[in-house]
Each structure stands twice: as C-alpha cells, then as structure tokens.
Design a binder for this molecule. Structure first.
Ligand SMILES: [Mn+2]
Length: 176
C-alpha cells in the first residue's frame, strides 16, 4: 500500500492489466492519471458496443438480471478494491465462461497483438474471473475454468479466440 500512497484504495482490472504493456503506464493509471482518448480506442468501443448488443437467450437473460443486482463487480485484496466487468458471458447450464473482446485492424495485426496486447488481455480476463468467481457462486452458478479473449477487426470480423485459465489459488496472492 505504502508505495501507492494512502489515498488510492481502489482500481480497475483493465488498469492492473496495463502493467503487462508498460509498468509506468500502469502505475500512472493506477494513480488516477486519465488515459487519452484515441481514434483507435473509439473504433474499438464501437466494435465493443456492437458485440455487446447481441441478442441474449433466456438462460443468459436470467443470469444477466441476477448479475445486475451485484453491480458494480468488485473484490478486495490487500485493502485495495478491484473493480471490473467482463464484456460478455456464455452460460452452459449453470457454468459461466467470461469473455473479453479486443479489436485490431485485421489479420495482419494479430502478431503485434499477440506480442504486446495479449498479455494485458490475459491478465484482464483472469482478474475478471477472480472477481466474478464468488459472485457467481453466490448466485448458484459456477465459473468456467476457461475465460476467453475474442479478437475482432474494427469492422466486426471475428479473427481469433484465445483461452485462459484462472490464476491458480496458490499463486494469486503473489500476482496481485
Ligand atoms: Mn474489451
């Protein structure tokens, strides 16, 4: 705690995740410095909104209604509240897989994405899983051991799916 000062007692999963791109950027965002809005980010949020608007089936609607009451999703560690909400959920019976959307220009950007951004997305989805696990359990659901990062192009074309498993309990304290 001391390192970040007494004031900051909460952060967001996507802020923590930026550590894997640039530790300095991560620290500044953690301290409350606002990230700049860029054209790329705007294009990304258009894709995000479009993906988020997909029609939901009955099972999903039921879970989403239950989750709505639990918002904002948050879990505490070392006296710091970590907030985060995954982009989407997939429900199979009572098992829930979390999804995170990312967007890039196209297929040719995937090698860049895998080198610099996938590590952040991996951290992000794992933190979401850690946050949502007890909440889903409370609601009578089970978190899937797999979380997914789905990469789309800015014009909405599906490019690639990456699968991650949650950080092992025994490593988690060191990680956060
Ligand atoms: Mn996203």
């Amino acid at each position: 705690m001391g390192f970040f000062g007494e004031k900051m007692q909460e952060t967001k999963a996507h802020v923590l995740a930026r550590y894997w791109y640039c530790a300095e950027e991560g620290k500044l965002l953690f301290q409350g410095v606002k990230g700049q809005s860029t054209e790329t980010k705007e294009k990304g949020s258009i894709v995000h909104n479009w993906l988020g608007d997909r029609p939901k089936n009955k099972t999903e609607q039921k879970l989403l209604a239950l989750l709505e009451r639990e918002k904002p999703f948050c879990r505490e560690i070392h006296g710091i509240k970590i907030f985060g909400s995954p982009d989407d959920f997939r429900v199979n019976k009572k098992t829930v897989a979390l999804e995170e959307f990312k967007s890039v220009h196209g297929f040719s950007s995937l090698s860049w994405f895998e080198r610099f951004e996938l590590c952040c997305a991996s951290c992000q989805i794992k933190v979401y899983m850690w946050i949502l696990e007890p909440i889903l359990q409370k609601l009578g659901y089970k978190l899937s051991s797999e979380g997914h990062v789905l990469v789309y192009s800015y014009n909405g074309r599906f490019l690639k799916k990456y699968r991650f498993t949650m950080i092992e309990r025994k490593w988690r304290m060191n990680f956060l």
